[in-house]
Design a protein around this ligand. Structure first.
Ligand code: GLA
Length: 379
């Protein structure tokens, strides 16, 4: 099967696709053969659980990367993008496609999009997945959605050096409108949970504080989790529950205990969150989101002053049911769950409080759950 999920393009996607087609013509003088779109993601609950073989819940967001490509007769891949820092991702995807026996051949590529870059909403997975969908489609090869997500993860692990789990790429591929994806990162069993009757929206609040040392601090957290699992004699922390961890706390040093406590409690919050979603209970979901943040701040220690200032501003604003940092942490975005009718007031109030507290200009937007990656018509 060629990976050929076709997106119903909304207005921003159509605009991005046109921009990509123009860029291809302007920079390389070539005509587009294919365009692919892949969204960023928000993990609703389940931060830093994926590489512990645990559970996550996430949505694909209404912001995406669009890759437009034209076939070349040789083996050269040329690419243009308005951002820096994307070469390793594209090179990694090309190499991983080739390793899967899907040789993309030559292509001219334009990369455009509106996912905040480096903001914790996974602009990197959006880029990898959009490249992989476009290039595998050009090559006409047979890749199912799960293989596609896994090869993009390997591109990031091996070419970029970020030992990320599967959350981002999986959500970018499998996300669906008005659904929260629940994923077991060990078995990769997944389910799309309807956001039934929830009159609340997710609001992404970007601190615009560039994330620093995120790769090294992230890899360090991952190594600490692996050590904690080893000391406890399990393959991954996913096998430990809160009661067991409390009983065996003395076996871990203070840092490893903190890291394990976050992962174990976060896995339990994911499962409670799914039950809340199924009941349409936004209040309980908001409480779980708050508890997740406190655990990330105090036990996992991946927050920073700007994230705290943004979260305080969000919690003070009308209609906020809960707020937490998203993605790896160390900067980037806070996600707030906000009562639908309050979103209009919420956004300007958070903007002004955050600006006052930090002197930084935030970027804030509301999003629903969007469709996962797919091919977009270019005409
Ligand atoms: C980054 C990684 C993911 C995941 C999150 C934290 O986004 O790429 O694999 O670990 O951080 O949940």
């Amino acid at each position: 099967m060629v990976y050929n999920h076709h997106c119903r393009p909304d207005a921003p996607t159509r605009r991005l696709a046109r921009q990509g087609v123009d860029a291809l013509r302007r920079h390389f003088g070539t005509t587009a053969d294919v365009a692919a779109r892949a969204p960023g993601r928000l993990e609703v609950l389940g931060a830093h659980t994926d590489y512990n073989e645990g559970f996550v819940t996430a949505i694909a967001i209404e912001r995406a990367t669009v890759v437009v490509a034209a076939r070349r007769p040789d083996r050269l891949v040329r690419a243009w993008s308005p951002w820096g820092d994307w070469r390793d991702y594209l090179a990694g995807v090309c190499a991983e496609l080739a390793a899967e026996g899907c040789v993309p051949g030559g292509a001219d590529v334009a990369i455009v999009g509106d996912v905040p870059v480096g903001g914790g909403v996974s602009s990197s997975a959006a880029l990898e997945v959009a490249c992989a969908v476009a290039l595998s489609s050009l090559a006409g090869c047979t890749l199912g959605p799960e293989r596609l997500a896994l090869l993009c993860q390997r591109a990031e692990n091996e070419y970029v050096g970020m030992r990320c789990g599967i959350l981002d790429q999986f959500t970018s591929v499998f996300g669906r409108p008005e659904r929260v994806m629940w994923l077991d990162c060990r078995t990769r069993e997944h389910r799309l949970v309807p956001m039934a009757g929830m009159s609340a929206r997710f609001v992404v609040c970007d601190t615009n504080r560039p994330r620093e040392l995120v790769g090294s601090a992230y890899n360090e957290r991952r190594a600490q989790c692996e050590r904690a699992a080893q000391v406890l004699g399990v393959r991954a922390l996913r096998e430990i529950d809160s009661a067991t961890l409390r009983a065996r706390a003395g076996e871990l040093d203070a840092t490893l205990l903190r890291r394990a406590r976050h992962v174990v409690s976060e896995n339990e919050r994911v499962q409670a969150g799914v039950a809340a979603l199924e009941r349409g209970d936004a209040v309980v979901l908001g409480e779980l989101i708050n508890a997740s943040h406190l655990s990330l701040r105090d036990d996992y220690q991946v927050s920073c002053p700007e994230l705290e200032a943004m979260r305080a501003a969000a919690l003070d604003a009308p209609g906020c049911l809960g707020a937490r940092l998203v993605g790896a942490g160390f900067g980037g975005c806070v996600m707030a769950l906000v009562e639908e009718e309050c979103v209009g007031e919420f956004v300007p109030q958070v903007e002004s409080s955050y600006r006052q507290a930090t002197g930084l200009e935030p970027s804030i937007f509301a999003t629903g759950a969007a469709d996962g990656a797919g091919i977009v018509a270019t005409d």
